[in-house]
Write a protein that binds this ligand. Sequence first.
Ligand SMILES: [Zn+2]
Ligand SMILES: [Zn+2]
Length: 279
Amino acid sequence: MFGFLQKNRTGDDTVFHVHTFRCHHAEHVPDEAYVKEARRLGAGDIWFTDHAPFPGDPFGARMAYEELEEYLETLSELKRRYQDIRIHIGLETEYFPLFDAAGYYAHLRSLPEIEMLLLGQHMAQTSDAPTYSFSESKDYLAANEYKLLGQAIVQGIGSGYFDAVAHPDRIFRRCEGWDADMAAVSREIIEAAVKADLPLEMNICSAEWSGYAMPQFWELVPETARRLVGYDAHTLYELRSRHRDMFMLLETLDPAVCRVSGKIGRGELQRRLLRETTL
Ligand SMILES: [Zn+2]
Ligand SMILES: [Zn+2]
């Protein structure tokens, strides 16, 4: 079921979670530049997961709906041209019940080029009007955003359309400190992911930003859960620097994960977190 990580002869590392210029907040370079950079770093796999568009283009910071075909075509062409690195095509997307009811996630899953959907809940649907969390006041979001996003993540996992959960601890970005309610929402997400056998992404971009990564969340994640390391690269520099600093950044999320960091490579770490090999 999990094709995230395929052993290969050309490189051991997996570069997972790369964005492209189409989302309007990433470096304006061709997709091929990320492929070349990943090869240069010795990666055997690179996963593109740009922000998915929605029909009618109701949201910003992502490709237009009409660009989706070109995204899939361009990456498919790169796949054919590069035989010495495995290029994978995915999309990072929020879960919205209305788009589920309209069959949109089923449609995305029916496209043969798409290998994975990554559940990245940056906002949540708040009514069938429809309204979304970004329309709420700052004060309201400070107290409630993580609950709305957490609930949407649990629903998204339950929908069965997703293969992994991006930066689950980022839902707490507006919170100060840590309390029992935050722990309860964390447990709901973790339990849903474990039940569905979906990996939770340790996002090393989050680790670079104060308040985006929550070690308290990772403390609650049991040994039985699958994890995955995501670069969330929006520039070539981020791909390079996060590759270089991966272990150091991961330690800020969960020191326990990196106890053996000096002895294993990034590829081996990814395999262990995904439980592709026995520990
Ligand atoms: Zn982005
Ligand atoms: Zn994201």
